[in-house]
Design a protein around this ligand. Sequence first.
Ligand code: ZN
Ligand code: ZN
Length: 130
Amino acid sequence: MKVSLRHIPCLGCVRSALKGMSIGDCWDTAGKGKRCERCSHGHKCEEVPDDCKALSRRFVLYLARPLPNNSEEARRRDRSIKRDLRTAVKMALDTSLHPEDWDKYNSVGGDSSDDEDDEDDDSLSDDPFA
Ligand SMILES: [Zn+2]
Ligand SMILES: [Zn+2]
């Protein structure tokens, strides 16, 4: 049972939002234990690293924000902002949890992974916000 929305989403909820599967809302539950709602079904509930907390919060705040209107332009701009936010959050998490991933971001091959992300975003972006 959902009790209260966490100020800072947990890592699992942020990852869920990064995949476009949710808006990253992270809820404390009434049950015992410190897992959030989404993690209560088996996943370990972990905090995001300290240096990613503010950005993670901004990310889910943006996702929870309703579009000002449903025009094509607003939706297109929304997709573009979400894509940028996902890139930033993913980069922050990757390099905080796995410092060796800095190499990935500095390598020439970085462009191709960006393209993959774009495709994911386009296919998923409409679901949670329709
Ligand atoms: Zn959570
Ligand atoms: Zn959790």
